[in-house]
Design a protein around this ligand. Structure first.
Ligand code: IMP
Ligand code: MG
Length: 179
């Protein structure tokens, strides 16, 4: 019997183990280490969801690097509202820098469109996108996703930074909405 958890009005069932998540993060971190060796990249975490994966990727980076965050929001309950709001913008000059965007999950790609606009306005030299999870069936944009931890089906998930109406971010494994 799988252990269910209750968040607000909904039940969630175990979906991706912490071990499997850790292995995906190690794979992504290895690729970033290879591509940004001696490059002093800026890691740009997208709050709130990416706080956990950002920390896990960044602590595995072996060279010098800088870290900054933006806070964007689009989700309401278990679906995207379609419009992305900048809740906290960029405080750090990124002009001419190589940036690695760290996302918890890429769903429709609307958040990436907002990030793309912000980074072009800030005249970065180059940016790459790293995401722990990607929902290929929901993704509607053309931005190249350079580093993907894991592709998942179009299910609503919580845990490892991801929430349902504010709850579930602290879970160290991933759960999906019970069918
Ligand atoms: P997008 O803008 O549609 O690509 O969605 C990106 C953001 O929506 C992510 O950074 C998450 O914060 C949130 N999101 C997307 N899918 C899920 C999910 O399954 N569970 C919880 N949050 C999600
Ligand atoms: Mg997010």
């Amino acid at each position: 019997m799988k252990k269910l958890i209750q968040l607000h009005d909904l039940q969630f069932e175990p979906f991706i183990s912490e071990d499997k998540i850790t292995r995906s993060i190690e794979k992504v971190a290895e690729q970033i280490n290879r591509d940004f060796k001696d490059e002093n990249p800026v890691f740009l975490g997208v709050l709130n969801g990416a706080f956990m994966v950002a920390s896990e990727i960044i602590k595995r980076f072996k060279g010098n690097c800088e870290v900054t965050f933006v806070k964007l929001g689009s989700y309401e309950g278990t679906s995207t509202s379609g419009s992305v709001e900048t809740l906290i913008g960029l405080s750090h000059s990124l002009e001419g820098r190589r940036v690695v965007v760290i996302e918890d999950i890429v769903d429709t790609g609307n958040t990436l469109a907002a990030i793309d606009k912000i980074l072009l306005e800030h005249k970065v030299a180059e940016y790459r996108i790293a995401t722990l999870f990607l929902k290929p069936d929901a993704y509607k944009k053309d931005y190249k996703i350079d580093y993907t931890g894991m592709e998942i089906p179009n299910d609503f998930i919580v845990g490892y930074g991801l929430d349902y109406d504010g709850l579930g971010r602290n879970l160290t494994q991933v759960y999906k909405l019970k069918e």
